[in-house]
Design a protein around this ligand. Structure first.
Ligand code: NDP
Length: 348
């Protein structure tokens, strides 16, 4: 049985935190307001939960804005939303009974009435309840899918994780270690770095509060970076880009250092890789030379059928080559630039 008994019916208050106004830059306490709301009786297919733990996550900063993101903005004057662990106090769904301990999306409230379909029972014997919001929750899953789908660390590779003591980063570090990778963690301050060194026993640890990105990554990744698990962005991302190894993978998970920005930073906004789930992948054709025949088998029939048009800009004589090359770099060529150096026996 849960330690705390609940008599919500005698409790006519449902303490809640609402978003009072949208922050400009870093949020301040005045953006929020504590209210007393109602406890909504559950309808068919709903359960009423007493909130035990509420998760606070970086993505919430985006939900305070009105603009588009991957999660809808919080409504002004409405209780903020967040994931909760709670105790079921009333159920209108046969899968749940009062006393059940469970995870759900909820609100910043003492009591949350939620759809039963989104509620997942928790086994308190399996792990402390609060871990359902972090290591065994969506942050843990984030680390797992980021590495399984994109990072794919292999034994001996160097994996760098930013915000390495955070909910996502700590799991990413340990999953990469389990894959046999050499893991480098970046964190802010000695207390966090000591935990990465002493508890996680990472191969190298960087304190971003005192170290310079380029020098620190050169020191801890002398062979370069195979996998960069990005949680932070900014100067560290720039430095990591410059040190990625051939066929490296960047897991674009989050860029928390920019979440309070009020103006766009110079350069492309790589947060869009996350918001729109973009795939940005470089390639060099030489790695695919073995597919030339496959390409020709498709292209030659198209060309013969007049369905593959081509443009050529042919200049005459080898001496014309330098000017044509200079012109190409200025965009003066119209189609494929070719130099006709000698006679073509097939030309009519
Ligand atoms: P946590 O709240 O656990 O950790 C956040 C950490 O980020 C802080 O402890 C701090 O670590 C660092 N940090 C915070 N502000 C700044 C700043 N201004 N500059 C540099 N570092 C900062 O976060 P999570 O582990 O839950 O999330 C980590 C990242 O993953 C976030 O970017 C988040 O948005 C993203 N994420 C993405 C998901 C996805 O689906 N793509 C899902 C979940 C999270 P330190 O002091 O060590 O720098």
């Amino acid at each position: 049985m849960p330690a705390e008994t609940t008599d919500f019916r005698s409790n006519d208050r449902n303490r809640q935190i609402v978003l009072k106004r949208r922050p400009h830059g870093a949020p301040v306490p005045e953006d929020f307001e504590a209210n007393d709301g109602r406890i909504d009786a559950p309808q068919e297919g709903q359960v009423l939960m007493r909130t035990i733990y509420l998760s606070l996550d970086p993505y919430m900063r985006g939900r305070m804005n009105d603009g588009p993101s991957y999660a809808a903005p919080w409504g002004l004057g409405e209780p903020c939303q967040g994931r909760i662990v709670g105790e079921v106090v009333e159920s209108r769904d046969s899968r749940f009974r009062p006393g059940d301990l469970a995870f759900s999306m909820g609100r910043f409230q003492q009591y949350c009435t939620v759809p039963a379909d989104g509620v997942r029972k928790l086994d308190p014997a399996a792990a402390p309840l609060s871990t359902a919001l972090g290591t065994l929750g969506f942050p843990g899953l984030t680390a797992y899918v980021g590495l399984a789908n994109i990072g794919q660390p292999k034994a001996g590779e160097t994996v760098v994780v930013s915000a390495a003591t955070g909910a996502v980063g700590a799991v990413a570090c340990q999953l990469a270690q389990a894959a046999g990778a050499r893991v480098v963690g970046i964190a802010g301050g000695e207390r966090k770095c000591a935990w990465l060194r002493d508890t996680l026993k990472l191969d190298a640890v960087i304190d971003h509060k005192v170290e310079e990105p380029g020098l620190a990554l050169d020191r801890s990744c002398p062979e370069g970076i195979d996998v960069y698990f990005e949680n932070v962005g900014g100067a560290w991302q720039d430095a990591a880009f410059a040190r990625m190894r051939t066929f490296g993978r960047m897991v674009m998970c989050g860029m928390i250092s920019g979440y309070n920005d009020t103006q766009a930073r110079p350069g492309p906004n790589l947060v869009q890789t996350i918001v729109r789930r973009l795939r940005i992948e470089g390639f060099v054709v030489g790695d695919h030379a073995h597919r030339m025949q496959e390409f020709l088998d498709r292209a030659i029939p198209l060309l013969k059928a007049g369905r593959l048009h081509y443009l050529e800009d042919v200049v005459d004589g080898l001496e014309a080559a330098p000017a044509a090359l200079i012109g190409l770099l200025e965009g003066r060529n119209f189609g494929k630039q070719v130099v006709k150096v000698g006679s073509d026996p097939t030309a009519s």
